[in-house]
Write a protein that binds this ligand. Structure first.
Ligand code: ZN
Length: 134
């Protein structure tokens, strides 16, 4: 597999409305608007930074993965996403290497990306997302 770049950093926030000011007003990043991914009970907001992006994540339901993360750890970096060229092949290869996968098959992420998460138990505590975009 080939990891092409860090696609984005996923940051859990209580509120995108309140959380985005640091990234826009203070750091001067561009705000690309929000997108809700109902299947993951999350609303996302992307802020491009060079070849990567900051992704803010706000929960849409109390039982969603971001709500559970905020409850346990509070606001902060929730995952790191790496861009790959072929996500199915990457997952197959990682599985063969004994990496524990949260998603055996890619699911649909924000912006029409194909995404899959690796288990933090296999990555020394980092929730890693693989991401394939056209
Ligand atoms: Zn992400």
């Amino acid at each position: 597999m080939k990891v092409l770049k860090i696609d984005h950093l996923g940051i859990a926030v209580n509120s995108i409305d309140q959380g985005k000011n640091f990234w826009t007003d203070i750091l001067g990043l561009e705000f690309e608007g929000t997108e809700t991914v109902e299947a993951q009970k999350v609303t996302t907001a992307f802020f491009p930074v060079g070849e990567s992006e900051v992704e803010l994540l706000e929960s849409t339901a109390p039982d969603g993965p971001i709500a559970r993360y905020l409850e346990k750890k509070g606001e902060g970096i929730q995952h790191v996403a790496f861009r790959v060229g072929d996500i199915e092949a990457a997952l197959q290869e990682l599985k063969e290497k004994g990496v524990r996968l949260i998603d055996e098959k890619p699911r649909k992420g924000a912006g029409g990306a194909k995404i899959a998460f690796l288990h933090p138990k296999s990555t020394h505590g980092v929730l890693v997302e693989l991401c394939e975009r056209k």
